[in-house]
Design a protein around this ligand. Structure first.
Ligand SMILES: Nc1ncnc2c1ncn2[C@@H]1O[C@H](COP(=O)(O)OP(=O)(O)OP(=O)(O)O)[C@@H](O)[C@H]1O
Length: 314
């Protein structure tokens, strides 16, 4: 197979059916994605959208019926994939751990499976903050400790591409922050990270780009800002002023912004919320320049708003 790209991950026209030949269910349907090296790339979508299936295809654990996948320019399941496979790290959604093994024994076990040096295990336990717990049986670990051990397992062999399937589920806010600090460090070292999550607020500030899967298809792909613009979700202006001034604004604004789809709502005395399409932002600001406001905040639509906006789009 000829190389389609030297990007960290290049997926082209991939389809994966499950079920019988007569009534196949397309877990993935003509999916194409490109992830440049060194990016933190998000994958979002409803339950059953196809995220885990995509990870398994990239790992070569299952094969597509159509399309092709390359990791660092090397075809998945092609002749050189054994070597490339070693440069992949994976944290599955539900990692099975042996409760009777200690944390350190667990890592040693995975290191043997992966052909990674045993000498990495203690350093990786330290990296995820489990050095003191490393001698304790995994059965005594909390959910957060198990996740951290799973993350250490994914880092065995110094992977260049890390696939993380819902890695922060069940973690407390401080553990989530520590986890993303680790991802930032890896990214600064040139590692490419693909992360799936249902916690959209968490991804919004952190990913370089993302893809949105719906019913096995990519329904949107790009930076959070590009998806915001595509979704055409409104901007929200929060205006604080004396109630009498807000009354004037409420009366005059619709006439001033004729032709713009705006919505006004009094949130509380002295606080007016104005929703309007992005393309009218500068008109609104120009008009507000002469208003006697005590405060003005402009809120971009959240990734969650964008997600629902794009999913509902025909
Ligand atoms: N081994 C399998 N056999 C049959 N169908 C499967 C299999 N694995 C996944 N599917 C189906 O493929 C679709 C995609 O599943 P997948 O697990 O990839 O979704 P997901 O986006 O990871 O979901 P979640 O967010 O719930 O983890 C679903 O309809 C699922 O039922």
């Amino acid at each position: 197979m000829t190389s389609i790209s030297a990007e960290a991950l290049h997926i082209e026209g991939v389809t994966k059916p499950y079920g019988s030949r007569r009534t196949p269910l397309l877990a993935l349907d003509n999916v194409s994605l490109r992830v440049p090296r060194g990016q933190l790339f998000g994958l979002i979508g409803h339950n059953g959208a196809g995220k885990s299936t995509l990870f398994k295809l990239v790992l070569g654990l299952i094969t597509p019926s159509l399309g092709r996948i390359q990791v660092n320019g090397c075809a998945v399941n092609g002749p050189d994939f054994r070597t490339t496979r070693r440069a992949l790290g994976y944290l599955p959604e539900n990692l099975v751990l042996y409760d009777n093994l200690t944390g350190l024994e667990t890592l040693r076990f995975f290191a043997r499976l992966k052909g990674a040096p045993q000498t990495q295990c203690a350093a990786l336990l330290d990296r995820v903050g489990l050095t003191r717990a490393g001698g304790r049986a995994v059965r005594e670990y909390s959910k957060g400790m198990r996740q951290r051990l799973g993350f250490a397992q994914a880092l065995l062999g110094d992977p260049q591409l890390l696939l993380l399937d819902e890695p922060t589920t069940g973690l407390d806010p401080s553990a989530i922050r520590d986890f993303y600090d680790q991802l930032d460090l890896l990214r600064s070292q040139g590692v490419t990270l693909v992360i799936s999550s249902h916690i959209l607020a968490e991804l919004q500030q952190r990913v370089d780009a993302l893809a949105m899967l719906s019913n096995g298809r990519v329904c949107a792909q790009g930076t959070v800002q590009a998806l915001r613009e595509r979704s055409r979700m409104p901007l929200v202006f929060q205006l604080r002023a004396a109630p009498t001034w807000l009354q004037t604004l409420t009366t005059e604004l619709p006439g001033q912004l004729a032709g713009a789809e705006i919505a006004l709502q009094q949130r509380e005395p002295g606080l007016l919320e104005l929703r309007c399409p992005r393309e009218h932002k500068m008109r609104v600001l120009a008009w507000l320049a002469n208003a006697e406001l005590s405060d003005l905040q402009i809120h971009e639509p959240s990734l969650e708003d964008v997600y629902f906006g794009l999913r509902e789009a025909p």
